[in-house]
Write a protein that binds this ligand. Structure first.
Ligand code: SF4
Length: 242
């Protein structure tokens, strides 16, 4: 996770510390991140961020510097960027994505539209998140686009179907579905523990809708086997499945 330890948002499910005026990003972070990834000797990395609503460019230039530094130091590592909604700042998104050394642009809608206002920070919206995903496809159609939904927050099957259809509607190709677990009693409460069978049914539904690769299960998180999910999506795309 880059951009600092503190997020300018305060989603009710999230345990990241928050502050409306966090410290500026560490200028040494890009090189430090690149060194860490090189030392890990991994093939694929998911780089995520805290929201930086305090910055004019929503942190875009810093995020991009981090991606570029990793690619310079470890060019063989596949990169997935799990970004914020950039507060809807599409010029900043465009500057960050232009030529960025990425395989996947991801942004999580986190929950279904009906629950978004309760679960996520009030500055987030389901429609803004959809638009950021759609804009990423318009800007970089060569990248795969990915999103994630937590379940067990009180959504219905109909809510989830509508959310998945909305994601497909803006061209999202990779999807993860996982069980929400509250980080503490002060966070948003768990409404249900979803059975593995329901996850399987939703995964089948998502695949039938045209998602290229789906990871769904109680232990799945947005970065779950991310490199494998990407490879599966490429295989299916190249086989003409979507
Ligand atoms: S924007 Fe992301 S990091 Fe920030 S509080 Fe919400 S979920 Fe946590």
């Amino acid at each position: 996770m880059i951009g600092g330890q503190t997020c300018t948002r305060a989603c009710r499910f999230c345990s990241v510390a928050h502050d409306r005026k966090p410290a500026p990003p560490d200028p040494a972070e890009p090189e430090g991140l690149a060194q860490a990834i090189a030392e890990m000797r991994i093939a694929y990395a998911v780089i995520t961020v805290v929201n930086r609503d305090d910055m004019d460019d929503e942190g875009a230039a810093h995020y991009r510097a981090c991606l570029d530094a990793v690619h310079r130091t470890a060019p063989a590592v596949g990169l997935e960027f799990l970004g914020s909604d950039m507060a809807g700042n599409e010029p900043a998104l465009a500057a960050m994505l232009d030529g960025a050394p990425l395989k996947v642009f991801a942004h999580n809608v986190e929950t279904v539209e009906r629950l978004t206002h309760n679960v996520r920070d009030r500055r987030a919206s389901f429609r803004r998140s959809l638009r950021i995903l759609e804009a990423s496809r318009e800007l970089r159609p060569d990248l795969m686009t990915k999103s994630s939904i937590m379940v067990g927050l009180g959504e219905t099957d109909q809510d989830l179907t509508a959310a998945m259809q909305s994601l497909r509607g803006v061209g999202v190709e990779l999807l993860t579905l996982g069980q929400y677990l509250a980080p503490s009693p002060n966070h948003y409460p768990v409404a249900a523990f979803v059975t593995p069978e329901r996850f399987e049914a939703w995964a089948a539904e998502a695949t039938a809708m045209g998602f290229l690769a789906v990871a769904a299960g109680p232990m799945v998180r947005s970065s779950f086997r991310a490199g494998t999910l990407y490879d599966e999506a490429v295989r299916r795309r190249d086989a003409g499945i979507l």
